[in-house]
Design a protein around this ligand. Structure first.
Ligand code: ASP
Length: 588
């Protein structure tokens, strides 16, 4: 990394370099006064090297160019790759002064979230954050290596496209030249990659920014990156194998791990056994349905429930009353929504004691134990109610128990495919969709997803029962990627739009270009897209995707460093033919 300003980096010199003259450049990490001498830790991207200089003080984070000789260190630092040597400085040039940073540039910093976001360029100097971006880089390179070997071509697709009312909300960009018209930013390159298949590109990929104007949620970014892929002349099996290969390649090259063949689980089973279409399979604790066992014993709550379902937590029958109350409070939280929790302890002595002993005698409870395939020492946790709600609540409780029991180690990876998703879902009130899409069927994946051929007949009679050739890759309870085999026949695509409540004209205006393309010889095709930020955070063993994005937005969708989104001038607004409602102006 030699340049005209330096001979080595701050992470480069070793004991074998003793005696060499060197010039380093970097930032002052730390200064220590020792009698007549000063020790400085000089830092750059590559590491830290210790300097000895004649007594003189330098401000933290000022930029130095230091020339001197490499000498052996008396007290070596085993924790540092450069820890055997130091530089006896003969010449120091201050390349730039620095004012005191608002937080310490250390692995353990004293800066809070917002402050570090505001000074993101300083936060990026910290090892932890830099390492995340190094991991991201490695993931991108290895993705390209793998896909290139598999004959995928990286093709760029446009960012200024047009609004399509099918998925989430679009971000739009007003056109200055075409008054009153708007571009939209892509939610994904979906239609373009399909058109590339019509063009005969056969295998396409792109590591690409996508934009979705969704409601703010913790750890959701309005712009995010996908590994977006499409293949021609394939069936679902080909796509699954190709991208299982990508996962295997990434785990091997980036983490040195060999992952087992990915199990396949149907959507129906995922919901039945985990109450979740992205089950965390690092641990079992599968759902057991007790509905038929518990009805008719005068316990009103169970009698009135359409589903009674539970999990068996191994070895925690001795949970205290307080711990059980905590779990009850947990499931009763509004975002979880259960009305209560029934529990039973299968004690070490073989007796079973439940919170509903009034209604169920020991014999009844033994039947529960059998259903759970339980051992003495286990704890049963049971919720009931409307089917969908009960499953959702138990799914949350299962994850909570997994966490409490230490079964969700971030360095253990459990990958699987979830397949056979429903094609459609009934949209009652999804806030992330336009209001005009409420009270109708919407595509579960997107409107270009192919129904399973054997289910096509159900499209008119029972749309909810139609299964799709759609699949998700799930790792540790996170949906890291999803895709489908596409419709490539104009008539079926038209039928799909009709099912989704589009008039012929609407379908033609919005998606005419795609349906027209299908008339010119579209090959069977399918693909997938991976959430790249999420994949990186998973590989990095982190919870938040923000730490793997160089300049992320905060949880309010804002970039507090550049202060975006922000107002624009009257002049710009006029040029864009936009009038802002008065009340918004006054707010500012
Ligand atoms: N475009 C889809 C998405 O963004 C992925 C795919 O079907 O390939 O979810």
């Amino acid at each position: 990394m030699q340049t005209h300003l330096r001979t080595h980096t701050c992470g480069q010199l070793r004991i074998s370099d003793v005696g060499k003259s060197t010039t380093l450049c970097g930032w002052v990490q730390k200064t220590r006064d020792m009698g007549g001498l000063t020790f400085i830790d000089l830092r750059d991207r590559y590491g830290v090297t210790q300097l000895i200089v004649d007594k003189k003080s330098y401000a933290r984070e000022c930029v130095l160019q230091v020339s001197g000789t490499v000498i052996e260190r008396e007290s070596k630092n085993k924790n540092l790759p450069t820890g055997d040597i130091e530089i006896k400085a003969t010449h120091i040039k201050v390349l730039n002064e620095a004012i005191t940073p608002p937080f310490t540039i250390e692995d353990e910093t004293d800066g809070g979230d917002e402050l570090r976001m505001k000074y993101r360029y300083l936060d990026l100097r910290r090892n932890a954050v830099r390492k995340n971006l190094e991991l991201r880089h490695r993931m991108a390179i290895e993705t390209r290596n793998y896909l290139d070997k598999q004959q995928f071509l990286e093709v760029e697709t446009p960012v200024l496209i047009k609004s399509t009312p099918e998925g989430a909300r679009d971000f739009v960009v007003p056109s200055r030249i075409h008054a009153g018209d708007f571009y939209a930013l892509p939610q994904s390159p979906q239609t373009f990659k399909q058109l590339l298949m019509v063009s005969g590109f056969d295998r396409y990929y792109q590591i690409v920014k996508c934009f979705r104007d969704e409601d703010l949620r913790a750890d959701r970014q309005p712009e995010f990156t996908q590994i977006d892929c499409e293949m021609s002349f394939v069936e679902q099996e080909d796509v699954l194998q190709t991208f299982e290969g990508l996962a295997r390649h990434l785990f091997k090259t980036v983490k040195g791990l060999d992952i087992p063949v990915l199990p396949r689980m149907s959507y129906a089973d995922a919901m039945k056994y985990y109450g979740n279409d992205k089950p965390d399979t690092r641990f079992e604790m599968r759902f057991v349905e007790l509905t038929h066992l518990v009805k008719g014993k005068n316990f009103k709550v169970f009698d009135e429930a359409s589903l009674v379902v539970g999990i068996c937590a191994k070895g925690v029958a001795e949970y205290t009353r307080k711990q059980l109350d905590e779990l009850t409070e947990f499931v009763k939280r509004p975002q979880i929504g259960a009305t209560g929790l029934v529990y039973a302890r299968y004690n070490a002595d073989g007796t079973i004691k439940s919170s509903v002993d009034k209604f169920y005698n020991e014999d009844e409870l033994k039947k529960w134990a059998l259903a759970f395939d339980a051992q003495p020492g286990d704890l049963f946790l049971i919720v009931s109610g409307e089917e969908h709600k009960a499953r959702k609540a138990l799914s949350e409780l299962r994850l909570e128990m997994g966490t409490r029991l230490g079964l969700r180690n971030k360095n253990t990876f459990s990958c699987l495919w979830v397949v056979d998703f429903p094609l459609l879902e009934w949209n009652e009130n999804d806030n992330n969709l336009l209001e005009s899409l409420r009270g109708r069927w919407v595509a579960k994946h997107h409107p270009f997803t192919s129904p399973k051929p054997e289910d096509i007949a159900l499209l008119s009679s029972n749309p909810g029962a139609v299964r799709a050739n759609a699949y998700d890759m799930v790792i540790n309870g996170v949906e890291v990627g999803g895709g489908s085999i596409r419709i490539y026949n104009k008539d079926l695509q038209a039928k799909m739009f009709e099912t989704l409540g589009f008039s012929k004209e609407e379908a033609q205006t919005q998606f005419g270009f795609l349906m027209n393309a299908f008339e010119y010889g579209a090959p069977p095709h399918g693909g997938i897209a991976f959430g790249f930020d999420r994949l990186c955070s998973l590989f990095g063993g982190a919870d938040s995707i923000r730490d793997f994005i160089a300049f992320p937005k905060n949880n309010a969708g804002k970039d507090v460093m550049i202060e975006s989104p922000g107002a624009i001038s009257e002049e710009q607004l006029n040029e864009l033919h936009i009038q802002i409602k008065k009340e918004h102006h006054e707010k500012k």
